[in-house]
Design a protein around this ligand. Structure first.
Ligand code: PPE
Length: 308
């Protein structure tokens, strides 16, 4: 079911248009060759109205992803931020998910993208719990995917490109068909990389570990925020290559992502993680995270942009 109603407002190349008119030609370069860059962030309900979580960081990553693919966004980061705020405001949600998109539009076909325009859009919709209603409290069952994450120097993992999500789709479909909520991909060297749409943390003997950027992961903004929150609580955070079996013996494992937020993992490959329930570190960092995003504690890092 579409989360959009016909009159929902979509920002396209500088204008807010109704959803029913927010269409692109079938010959657009993006449709044929996957030429898109995107972002995903949430606006959370606070006592002062909706607040976007880490808008600047998401816009920065959008511009960086585009730089890698030689796409010049015809707006400044400030103009883009303003467009995101305007789109959230125009749709009137108390909380929502935001999807900025930059793509090669309609010009000419053929692999070389350069003759085609760089078009921009921003969509917003209400998106509930990404991995199921009970996931945040109870945790989810996952498997190690038979699919690996992109090898270095093939598809750049640091760019949030639509094309990377063909790999994510293989990971996700396999996991769901096998009865799991999500898959964890290894990189080509056999080290832990990430989920189809989430970064990963494990906790062992009081230290938190997450794969480094060289393990073919997206530089997640939730990942960065969680590292900060953990360190504030005195939990050491190590970015290091993680062997697969370290997950099985961890006290806790959890996913992070804008959509997934902080989702505990209770089993991997049918091996129970820790005591099979959300662990104390995951619970603590969830609490700290939701206190900040919902405006219950002071925004000490300048992570919130108020929309009202
Ligand atoms: N890795 C991947 C592959 C990924 O797609 C995401 C976000 C992350 C890590 C976490 O990054 P961040 O959101 O900055 O903490 N995935 C987005 C898309 C999900 C979707 O299904 O669409 C998201 O969470 O918004």
């Amino acid at each position: 079911m579409s989360p959009f109603n016909p009159e929902a407002k979509v920002w396209m190349n500088g204008r807010l248009v109704p959803w029913k008119d927010a269409n692109i030609p079938i010959a657009s370069h993006v449709v044929h060759y996957g030429t898109s860059i995107f972002e995903g962030l949430r606006a959370y309900e606070t006592p002062r109205g909706p607040a976007l979580f880490r808008l600047d960081a998401h816009t920065r990553r959008l511009f960086n992803s585009c730089k890698i693919y030689r796409m010049t966004i015809p707006y400044t980061p400030d103009e883009f931020n303003r467009a995101v705020i305007d789109t959230v405001r125009a749709n009137g949600f108390r909380s929502c998910y935001v999807r900025p998109l930059v793509y090669r539009g309609y010009g000419t076909l053929g692999v070389d993208p350069s003759p085609n325009p760089v078009d921009c859009a921003i969509l917003v919709w209400e998106w509930g719990k990404y991995l199921g209603e009970e996931a945040l409290e109870k945790g989810i069952d996952v498997k190690i995917s038979t699919w690996q994450r992109m090898a270095p120097n093939t598809f750049p993992a640091l760019a949030k490109a639509g094309a990377n999500y063909m790999n994510s789709q293989l990971i996700k479909m396999e996991a769901l068909l096998d009865g799991y909520a999500e898959g964890i991909a290894l990189n080509v060297r056999g080290h832990i990389s990430e989920g189809s749409g989430e970064n990963l943390f494990l906790v062992l003997d009081g230290t938190a570990y997450t794969p480094p950027l060289s393990s073919s992961v997206l530089p997640g903004i939730t990942r960065d925020s969680v590292m900060t929150l953990l360190r504030e609580r005195g939990v050491p955070v190590v970015q290091d290559t993680i062997p697969r079996e370290m997950l099985y013996i961890a006290d806790e494992v959890f996913f992070t992502g804008s959509a997934a937020e902080i989702t505990p993992i209770r089993s991997i490959d049918k091996i129970t993680i820790g005591s099979g329930v959300r662990g104390p570190v995951a619970k603590m960092v969830q609490g700290d995270f939701f206190d900040v995003v919902n405006g219950r504690t002071p925004d000490r890092h300048g992570w919130l942009t108020f929309v009202a």
